[in-house]
Design a protein around this ligand. Structure first.
Ligand code: ATR
Length: 250
C-alpha cells in the first residue's frame, strides 16, 4: 500500500517520518512518499492516482487543501463546512476527502485543557488552518474571536461560523483563556497581552519554540508547540485509512 503527502514545496515535510513510525509500530506493510507536485501538474497527478490503484491515501498540504476538493468524488460534512481537505482516501478509483486538522488541534489543546466548553479563545489568522481550528473549537463549545491582519477576510470567516472578529493590530483590546496562532508566519504580539495561566498554541513547528511561544512562556503561560497538532492530525489520517487507531505511546 502506498501513501504520501501532496504539497508544493514539500521537501521540509515531517509527515514521512511520522507515518514511518506509525506503520512500523502498528505492523502495516505500507510506504509513505513525498509527492511534490507543481500546480500545473496537479490535475494529471490526481488522474494518475485515480487510475493507478496503488496509492491508497494522500495527506494534502499547502497550497492544495482547497483546490483538491474539485477532484474528489465525496467530501465529508466536516471538510465541506471547513472548506478544506487535508486527507484523501483512494478506493476503487473513488477519491474521498476529509479534514483531520480540526481534530488534531482539539486533541493538542486537550493535552493541556480537558474541557474547552465556555473557554474564551482568540484565534490569529483567517486561512484554511484557522477555519479548521475554529470549527473544532466551536464543536467543543468554546467562545471564539478571530483576529486577522486583513479584517475583511476575518469578517468572511467569522460570518461563516457566526463568531466575532477584529483587527490583529488591535489585539490588546481583547482578552482570552487560550490564544491560537494559525498563520504560517512568525507572528509577534505585545508582551502585555500574555497573562499567567493563559494557554498559547502556535501551529508553526519550525522553529518549534516560536518567538510568540518564547514570550508567552516567559509570561507564565502554558505553551503548546506546533508538532502536537501535526502529530494528532496524522493520527486522524491513519484512522481514516486503516479503520483503527495508532497504537498508544508513540
Ligand atoms: P493556510 O491556508 O495555510 O492557513 P493562508 O490561507 O495562506 O494559509 O492564510 C494565511 C494567513 O496568514 C492569513 O490569515 C494571512 O493574513 P491576511 O489575510 O491578512 O493575508 C496571514 N498572514 C500571512 N502573512 C502575514 C503577516 N506577515 N502578518 C500577519 N498575518 C499574516
Amino acid at each position: 500500500m502506498r501513501f504520501g503527502i501532496l504539497a508544493h514545496p514539500a521537501g521540509h515535510s515531517l509527515s514521512p517520518a511520522i507515518f514511518g513510525k506509525f506503520f512500523k509500530t502498528s505492523g502495516v506493510d505500507a510506504t509513505y512518499e513525498i509527492f511534490d507536485i507543481e500546480p500545473s501538474g496537479l490535475s494529471e497527478f490526481i488522474m494518475k492516482v485515480k487510475s493507478d490503484g496503488g496509492i491508497k491515501g494522500l495527506s494534502v498540504s499547502s497550497p492544495y487543501k482547497e483546490e483538491i476538493m474539485k477532484f474528489l468524488d465525496e467530501i465529508s460534512p466536516d471538510a465541506r463546512m471547513i472548506g478544506a481537505v487535508n486527507t484523501v482516501s483512494c478506493e476503487g478509483g473513488k477519491l474521498r476527502g476529509f479534514n483531520t486538522d480540526y481534530v488534531g488541534a482539539v486533541v493538542a489543546l486537550k493535552e493541556k485543557i480537558a474541557d474547552l466548553k465556555g473557554k474564551k479563545v482568540v484565534v490569529l489568522g483567517a486561512g484554511g488552518a484557522s477555519r479548521a481550528i475554529v470549527y473544532g473549537l466551536l464543536k467543543e463549545g468554546a467562545e471564539v474571536c478571530l483576529l486577522n491582519r486583513t479584517v475583511g477576510k476575518a469578517k468572511m470567516v467569522a460570518d461563516h461560523f457566526g463568531i466575532s472578529y477584529g483587527d490583529l493590530g488591535e489585539i490588546m483590546k481583547h482578552e482570552c483563556d487560550i490564544l491560537i496562532q494559525t498563520t504560517s508566519v512568525l507572528i509577534d504580539i505585545p508582551v502585555g497581552f500574555f497573562k499567567k495561566g493563559m494557554v498559547v498554541m502556535d501551529i508553526v513547528y519550525k522553529p518549534l519554540i516560536t518567538p510568540l511561544l518564547t514570550k508567552a512562556g516567559k509570561a507564565g503561560c502554558e505553551i503548546i508547540t506546533g508538532d502536537r497538532m501535526l502529530l494528532h492530525q496524522a493520527e486522524g489520517q491513519f484512522e481514516i485509512w486503516f479503520g483503527r487507531k495508532v497504537p498508544i505511546g508513540m
